[in-house]
Design a protein around this ligand. Sequence first.
Ligand code: ATP
Ligand code: MG
Length: 456
Amino acid sequence: MVTMGNTIQAPRGTQDVLPSQSGRWQFVESTARETARLFGFTEIRTPVFEQTELFLRSVGETTDVVNKEMYTFADKGGRSITLRPEGTAGVVRAMLEHGLLNGALPVKTAYFTSCYRYEKPQAGRLREFHQFGVEAFGAASPTADVEVIALAAQVLERLGLTGLRLELNSIGCPACRAEYHKALKAYFEAQKAELCATCRDRLDRNPMRILDCKSPVCREIAAGAPVILDFLCGDCRAHFDGVKAGLQAAGLSYTVNPTIVRGLDYYTRTVFEFVSGAIGAQGTVCGGGRYDGLCAQMGGPDLPALGFGMGLERVLLVMEAQNCPFPEEEPCEIYIGSIGEAAARRALALCDALRREGFFALCDTVGRSVKAQMKYADKIGAKCCLMLGDDELAAGKAMLKDMKTGEQTQVALDAGLIEAVYDRSIDRAFADLSEAIEESGVELPGRASEKRGRIE
Ligand code: ATP
Ligand code: MG
């Protein structure tokens, strides 16, 4: 092992995804991507950094994200730049900049993004974290809310998470919120002395933010505050009723939680969270809602919109806590060992040919002894192994060894080898299939059961 003094460590609140773990991430990402595709959301990619102004105008200047958590710096040209703290603002900016909202509606897009927030790192709370997010523009009906919530639910379900709570609320439109703000202000004013300093400041600027404060005292006071649901205007109430009825019809159970206000200013009407009890305090794996005013506020068309952000680190934490199955890594199909330089070159050429056919093939690249190569092939779990020396090169043949059974078969090099590996993989696919059918207990008529009979 190489030891190094004085090595540099990753910044606080960041996390490396090591090669042994990346398969898990890929599984989560491909599941989310595929589910999004089935719902008609196509991927968008936006920059990691944006002009600071973008987040001030969208996320809102009274939010914790903007006030305390942003990674903002001046670049060498003196511009104020911010690492994106969330995904929606950049997507809205891109939509407007490229005129994507001027055509057929709705426009539905999904993304995977890293986000940056200067927070106190703890389990499920990082300074660099990752989200799977979706946004839908131009759909005002409650059906759109239900569709977006159903998409999040299906992703989480496909990943195997169980016991999640869907918490739902409506925070109304600016009209109903004006009345609500007055009531909230009156309520908090009476207990102003006990509020934290930040919340005393919020009282004038944006009293709803107090409901989102994490300090225990403020939380206790907030628990008795008037709830927005009692202040919804007729249209917002009808919308909320529509969402609830739609969720019910879609078989998605929910609880109305009037304390959910979400941490970003742009939300209107529906807000929701998927919460897990499996990972402690940071249990919200997904949060989202409507932001009907944001496009217009950002200088674009006045279009309704909605979306969500799903925290991938938290999803993975829940999956691990609940022992959700992850697909197994595909093992190395064949290891081609060699003795001597000519054989090493031939081994590499054979590997290349096999890789062109789609097989995971490896050969020695570190100059190990034959014994060490065999040991290595065994260690990495290679399915079969071939050893090339001068004799094998001269004869154009070698022994293909099955690492599990120890069985050896002679194969001609090149074409013969590829065919042998190909046949083995077909046999294995059939064996896997028949095992899966066996396990499922389903009796298949016709051809499938004939094949099955043949394998057994
Ligand atoms: P919280 O209340 O936990 O701080 P939030 O309301 O700030 O969450 P959003 O801005 O709605 O979170 O982000 C959507 C999702 O991203 C969250 O539900 C969560 O799963 C994840 N998330 C947010 N902040 C972090 C973080 N610092 N580290 C890891 N995941 C995060
Ligand atoms: Mg937060």
